[in-house]
Write a new protein. Structure first.
Length: 548
């Protein structure tokens, strides 16, 4: 798995070009003051002349979300120039990750507030720098407080004020756009409005400076939303080409490729991102493998499974499991729960799904990660329902309901909505197993409506299983191929080129007598997964297409 897969070999040219452009993220040495691969940042500060290029480099690292390296760079600036207040702003900003599911713990909140107070005590000499420091203060004030979303909203408001005061400052616009994305409510329509506003700001920065790392990176985040995946494709491709050897930067364009069903591009980007992640340790002393590694592996596994490349997916999972010292974070917990669930569910290995054990490995603090835990319960409950293990399925539903309530009580509405979708889907299939047609269909249609109105979180390549796809499966089980076909069509509109949605659509079209549609779906299935290992499905498709 350390090399390129056969399926992505023809995408070797971009990877070779990238290798020629980048030689790895350098250390945060002031002697290495510039790094063209990081892009171009203009962030004048009233620090010593010698540290200014290093400051802009640190901000570039921040825009690429290379938080550990950015923090080290800002710390070195603070040591080199003890009067540089903005270095302490930079250190503080690295202590939370607004686009990720991670949440700063009590120690990080106290450290961030200490950095803010240090920056204030140094007396930033310009109004602009004082306002920058106050944006960090807005997030870290009251470090004992537990309302994360109140912090994000304060940070967004402070950055909006900074942008209003200095509308020509590209950094103010870029960070305000990021905050506006982070503060979007857990509703798809509201997210779309925030994404549109953020994209407008970022395109303005990009027009002024086409090499700005934040403009390119955050535009990909803005366009990682339903209906926006086709926006600014040239910027997505450019970021793919010029991204430094930084795991998050290399991975980020694959969010858009996933939405488009371009599995070759997803595989290529995440093979590179996984390798880069192993080169950038995390933790106070570099003691962990950065959680960007399992993040890249999940997107990689997801793409392999859509190609029916189950052996390659299994090899990627084995690689993850054999990697010690993974960073104990929300992202790591999510992927360690989600990847085995996907591997079983996408292969329709229901007994394997029913046998999954939640809260593994036990070394993680699972009480901090209810949504990841819930994914394991979902796979277990769905597999059990389909296998007829109703007691086990009910147990999963009860646990999902408890996790949903806990996240709702904590103010994590997006996580709670995702858990509710999972619970409804298990309830639907348990009702099917218990011959309750009305309840099973009603629960799945409720899950569909909730999924449509819920934005996708960046931590995941997509729903654990799309609700429309599951609805199609249910309608086929109820021998209603017309409704099944409509559900699969809607699933493919939302999540193109998914192996099981294509297969379901082909079977539903065939059962409903629409042989032309069946041929279209079987043909696309062979184009997507024809080199995969699900030979019985491929034989079915080929046999149908060979008919006169």
């Amino acid at each position: 798995m350390s090399g390129r897969s056969p399926r992505s070999a023809r995408r070797g040219a971009p990877a070779i070009l990238l290798a020629a452009l980048t030689t790895g993220v350098p250390s945060a040495s002031l002697a290495q003051q510039t790094d063209p691969s990081l892009g171009v940042v203009e962030f004048p500060v009233s620090c010593s002349e010698a540290t200014r290029p290093a400051f802009e480099r640190a901000v570039a690292l921040l825009h690429h979300m290379t938080y550990p390296q950015a923090q080290a760079a800002f710390r070195e600036i603070a040591t080199s120039d003890p009067s540089c207040a903005m270095a302490h702003w930079g250190i503080a900003i690295t202590l939370f990750q607004p686009a990720w599911p991670t949440r700063p713990g009590p120690d990080d909140l106290r450290r961030g507030w200490d950095e803010v107070e240090t920056a204030r005590s140094l007396g930033p000499p310009t109004e602009r720098e004082r306002l920058w420091v106050e944006t960090a203060a807005a997030f870290f004030e009251n470090p004992a407080g537990t309302d994360y979303w109140a912090r994000i909203r304060r940070w967004e408001a402070a950055l909006e004020g900074l942008h209003t005061a200095f509308p020509e400052d590209p950094e103010a616009a870029a960070f305000y756009a990021l905050a506006h994305l982070a503060a979007a409510p857990s509703d798809a329509a509201a997210q779309a409005a925030h994404a549109e506003r953020a994209a407008e700001l970022l395109l303005g920065v990009y027009e002024r400076n086409p090499q700005h790392p934040g403009a390119m990176h955050y535009l990909v985040h803005a366009n990682d939303a339903q209906g926006r995946e086709g926006e600014s494709p040239e910027i997505v491709r450019k970021y793919d080409r010029v991204a430094p050897r930084n795991p998050h930067a290399l991975h980020m364009p694959t969010h858009i490729y996933t939405r488009l069903g371009d599995w070759e591009a997803v595989i290529d980007g995440n093979l590179r991102a996984a390798e880069a992640a192993l080169e950038h340790p995390a933790g106070e002393n570099g003691e962990y493998v950065w959680d960007e590694f399992p993040h890249a592996i999940e997107y990689l596994v997801y793409a392999y499974l859509q190609q029916g490349a189950d052996d390659e997916a299994a090899a990627a999972i084995a690689r993850l499991r054999s990697t010690p010292d993974l960073q104990p974070s929300y992202k790591t917990a999510f992927h360690l729960a989600s990847i085995p669930a996907r591997y079983a569910l996408e292969r329709r290995a229901w007994a394997q799904a029913a046998a999954l054990v939640p809260r593994e490995p036990s070394t993680l603090e699972w009480d901090l990660y209810p949504w990841p835990e819930g994914i394991a319960w979902f796979a277990r409950g769905l597999g059990a329902a389909i296998e007829g293990e109703t007691r086990k399925s009910r147990e999963a539903i009860e646990r999902l309901a408890a996790l949903e309530q806990r996240t709702q009580d904590a103010g994590e509405d997006l996580f709670a909505r995702n858990l509710r979708i999972l619970r409804l889907e298990v309830e639907a299939w348990l009702a099917y197993r218990e011959y309750d047609h009305a309840t099973s269909e009603a629960r799945l249609r409720e899950a569909v409506e909730l999924e449509i109105s819920t934005p996708k979180h960046p931590v995941t390549p997509g729903p654990t299983l799309p609700a429309y796809e599951l609805l199609g499966d249910l309608m086929l089980a109820y021998e209603d191929p017309e409704d099944a076909l409509e559900a699969y069509r809607r699933s493919l509109e939302l999540y193109p080129r998914r192996f099981n949605s294509l297969l379901g659509a082909a079977r539903a079209a065939r059962a409903s007598g629409d042989h032309e549609a069946a041929r279209t779906y079987y043909q696309e299935l062979l184009e997507v997964g024809g080199d995969g290992t699900r030979e019985h499905v491929l034989e079915e498709a080929r046999a149908f297409l060979e008919r006169p």
